[in-house]
Design a protein around this ligand. Structure first.
Ligand code: PRX
Length: 695
């Protein structure tokens, strides 16, 4: 139905890369690594050994599968979906391929009418296949000698006990449950327990402040909040229960009270005696959950019933509740996990992401467990007790697939190779990167030093909204280029458009959009379908707009260039500039604030805030600190500005619009690139800002 010819021609031409064609046809005979990248086209080839055993072993194989996925999405995805357990078959694999908002509302559905359960598919199905005693979760505590593990059967028992309790407190299909937990095994257990009974989980990253947590509680009105009393991160103890208590008080003021706060006693961080308690509302996990039966009937749900809500930042101050449904998400996360990491049942997989973000949802919990994988969960910090902790863990568990964010790669790279090389790491097979563009020098360090020039890197581009990988290498299929996410995953038709929304062919730069529907796509923004359509489908009618810039090189490789909207990516965490601004102006002495992202050596982007104070208030170091505290309090420590730049005024157009372009240039000290400032209402503010740069 779709005009895919151009794209397929394009993909075909990729398979015979003009400059690399000779090398690709010798994919199995050219091994980069010792003499890796060929300078002329910077290609890094998978080894002969790797490719010969890979699920997708050549560009030709990829092309064959990719072609089918685009020409016959219903058939392609139905075949894969059939490998899962469905109580009833779906009516039609895909409904509404319309992504053109001018032609009607956007209503994406996959496998509608299919009745299934993702928890059943992740646990019971794998146990039935004989994997009951295989380890599902290895848990590594903050302290190196504290660990635990659960087999698939043991995990199912724990999930069922919690699911039974949730049912007992009247959590029903479709009810929301907020989970505010650090990386304990109880976090995936809680997600799976909700899924088992058809409840909608909303995990809130346990680094968010009480105010952010409360905002989410008020939005989704959960039946219960699941948390723990405290967590240790490196040498620090964080009292999470206190944050939840404050959030619950705040929510009640806003008309939403939560009856149950199930609290796990994280004994290594804090004893229960030291925990503040509200009788009648608070319940100790350890006191109640083990008393429940270890079997629990599955709530069978429609493929399009909601699975979870995950709040993410957009260009306004209000976080968006991204809603994912069950069937398509299940099929998509499992399939992307399998192919992008070339998953084998013998793999030991570690993703360093927290389940509070989408990466933890799709690639700590659901994708790997659906594949029956053994997954590592790490409570602590990567530089505790020292910067070699990650590689100690790799050796301890014989990790084969290691998936992380460029910010971690860069910070460990800065700490020196010795921390890496003191460990063997010989178990490693595949590396992965996510969250922001990985700069070529970090890519090379990751590849050469961490992976001993042996392990392909899957640089996976995707988003909270996409549910799973969209553009990613398939290790074994393609030669890689350091810093490029390479080519689309099966079933994804990415396009690059210009300002007018016209697709650009060949070598180009522009806005990254997607032209078709894929099973893992989010279906709406909770309670605001209009915002969903306006944000993602109106900017370029006919396409899903990602918010990212992208270029495509002569060989068809994709290079993500960062957000083109008011969202910044700090250490792989997505933060809306408007959220930080609103936190800053909540301080009574702050009159106005404008926040921009600025390049940061380790974090990728840092937060740079221009702040105008209320008339007559002097600048002071104390006030600077207070402003930073205001942001930590409203959003969380991870959103604290790196720099506060005092601004007597902000550069505005005559109609009052802040010219962020100019602020970005000032923040990055590119003063000779300020461009035309004559359209400003008061051009002299620019000079004042430059003068105050170093204050
Ligand atoms: O800008 C892109 C960047 O992260 C954004 C999505 O953020 P979030 O929804 O929090 O999900 C992060 C984990 C999937 C994107 O719009 N991004 C993510 N992965 C990459 C990336 N940028 C470049 N390369 C990537 N591999």
């Amino acid at each position: 139905k779709m005009n895919t010819c151009n794209h397929l021609r394009h993909v075909e031409s990729m398979a015979t890369l003009p400059s690399g064609a000779g090398k690709i046809s010798h994919l199995n005979s050219v091994i980069l690594g010792e003499d890796l990248a060929s300078e002329e086209n910077d290609l890094v080839f998978p080894s002969n050994h790797f490719s010969s055993q890979a699920l997708v072993s050549s560009p030709e194989k990829y092309l064959e599968m990719y072609k089918r996925s685009i020409e016959d999405p219903a058939g392609f995805w139905s075949d894969i979906a059939s490998t899962f357990y469905w109580k009833h078959q779906w009516n039609q694999p895909v409904f509404s391929e319309n992504l053109d908002v001018t032609k009607g509302t956007i209503n994406i559905e996959w496998f509608k009418g299919g009745i299934t359960n993702i928890c059943y598919n992740a646990l019971d199905r794998n146990i039935d296949a004989g994997n009951g005693s295989k380890i599902a979760l290895y848990w590594e505590g903050n302290e190196p000698d504290v660990d635990a593990s659960l087999s698939y059967s043991q995990l199912l028992d724990k999930v069922c006990q919690l699911a039974n309790y949730l049912k007992d407190i009247d959590v029903k299909k479709g009810d929301a449950v907020i989970i505010y937990l650090p990386m304990l095994m109880e976090l995936p257990i809680a997600m799976l327990a909700c899924a088992r009974i058809g409840a909608v989980h909303s995990v809130v990253f346990a680094g968010f402040s009480a105010e952010s947590l409360s905002q989410r509680i008020v939005d989704c009105k959960p039946k219960a909040v699941i948390t723990c009393n405290a967590v240790r991160r490196g040498p620090k103890v964080i009292n999470l229960k206190e944050i939840v208590d404050a959030a619950l008080v705040e929510s009640t003021k806003n008309g939403v009270s939560v009856d149950v706060c199930l609290t796990y006693e994280n004994q290594s961080a804090m004893k229960r005696e030291a925990t503040k308690w509200q009788e009648g509302r608070d319940v100790w996990w350890q006191d109640i959950i083990p008393t429940y039966p270890t079997t629990c009937e599955v709530e069978w749900v429609d493929a399009e019933d909601p699975l979870f809500l995950l709040y993410t930042s957009g260009s306004t101050g209000k976080p968006k509740g991204v809603l994912h449904t069950t069937g398509g998400y299940m099929v998509y996360t499992a399939t992307t996990f399998k192919y992008a990491f070339d998953y084998k049942p013998s793999d030991i997989y570690w993703c360093t992401a927290d389940c509070g973000w989408i990466t933890g949802h799709s690639y700590v919990t659901y994708g790997p467990l659906l594949n029956g994988a053994s997954v590592i969960i790490f409570e602590g910090a990567p530089n505790y007790p020292d910067s070699g902790r990650c590689w100690d863990i790799v050796d301890k568990y014989k990790v084969t697939i290691f998936y992380t964010a460029p910010t971690l790669v860069r910070s460990l790279m800065r700490d020196g190779d010795e921390y890496v090389t003191r460990c063997s790491r010989k178990s490693l097979r595949v590396l992965g990167s996510v969250g922001e563009p990985i700069n070529p020098s970090a890519w090379r360090w990751f590849f050469n030093v961490v992976g001993d020039s042996r392990c392909p890197i899957s640089d996976t581009w995707w988003q909270t909204e996409t549910g799973g990988f969209m553009i990613t290498p398939l290790p074994g299929a393609w030669p890689q280029k350091p810093g490029s996410a390479t080519f689309p995953f099966f079933g994804v038709l990415p396009v690059i458009v210009d300002e007018k929304g016209t697709e650009i062919e060949g070598e180009c730069s522009g806005y990254l959009c997607v032209k078709n529907s894929w099973p893992g796509a989010f279906r709406t923004l909770y309670g605001d379908h209009e915002r969903y359509e306006t944000t993602y489908f109106k900017p370029f009618p006919g396409y899903y707009f990602s918010g990212d810039g992208c270029s495509r090189d002569k060989d068809g490789y994709h290079w993500l260039t960062g957000r083109v909207d008011d969202v910044i990516n700090v250490s792989g965490h997505r933060i809306g500039t408007a959220e930080v601004e609103s936190a800053l102006v909540s301080h009574p002495k702050c009159a106005e604030a404008a926040v921009v992202g600025v390049e940061h050596e380790v974090k990728g982007q840092g937060i740079y805030a221009f702040v105008t104070l209320v008339e007559g208030v002097p600048y002071s170091e104390e006030l600077r600190k207070e402003l930073i505290v205001a942001v930590r309090k409203q959003i969380g420590a991870f959103a604290a500005p790196d720099k506060i730049h005092w601004a007597p005024g902000l550069p505005k157009t005559r109609s009052g619009k802040i010219m962020r372009r100019i602020l970005r240039k000032i923040a990055s000290k590119q003063l000779d690139e300020l461009g035309d400032t004559s359209t400003l209402a008061d051009p002299s503010v620019v000079d004042q800002l430059i003068e105050l740069s170093d204050c």
